[in-house]
Ligand binder design. Structure first.
Ligand code: HEC
Length: 140
């Protein structure tokens, strides 16, 4: 029961919606199962965090990992999130990331921030919970 409270609290802080929070309460005895998309998102977060450090260090960022194109297919916690707008935001994200890896060192921070803003743009429409965390990836 104590663990369950922790999970509910975590979802409240980082999760996408109240809806999910309720689902966890209803399926009390089951473990919260991470979706393919949530796992992919955490990798995207990690790579972009690393890119921020590399850019601040005057180095070139990581080239785009192949699996990131799975954003178009990964199973979502809420499959109804995947609509035309979602596809548009996914393409936009991949495109802005490409620009980070095909640029000279001068404008890297701006291009990196464009990528992070593309994460935030999609999150505003589908999953507002992690936005404060994603904003930390911006280079100021
Ligand atoms: C096309 C829309 C879209 C884009 C672009 C996007 N996200 Fe997400 N993100 C989502 C959705 C939807 C979820 C919820 C996934 C689920 O629960 O299945 C999510 C979940 C997350 C989570 C929470 C994972 C967890 O612990 O459950 C983090 C963190 C995250 N995204 C970070 C990012 C970062 C960083 C970027 C950019 C590098 C990004 N997202 C780009 C839609 C998007």
């Amino acid at each position: 029961m104590k663990n369950l409270l922790h999970i509910v609290l975590l979802l409240f802080l980082f999760g996408c919606s109240q809806k999910k929070e309720k689902e966890v309460i209803i399926t009390e005895s089951k473990m919260y199962k991470q979706s393919e998309m949530a796992a992919l998102m955490l990798k995207m977060y990690a790579v972009n965090l690393e890119n921020k450090a590399l850019i601040l260090d005057g180095k070139l960022p990581n080239s785009i990992p192949k699996e990131f194109t799975n954003i178009h297919t990964a199973k979502l916690t809420d499959p109804s999130d995947r609509n035309a707008a979602f596809k548009g935001f996914s393409d936009f994200y991949l495109k802005t990331y490409e620009q980070v890896t095909t640029t000279t060192k001068d404008s890297l921070s701006v291009k990196h921030n464009n990528t992070i803003n593309s994460c935030i743009a999609c999150h505003k429409t589908t999953c507002i919970g992690p936005i404060p965390k994603i904003k930390k990836l911006l280079i100021h």
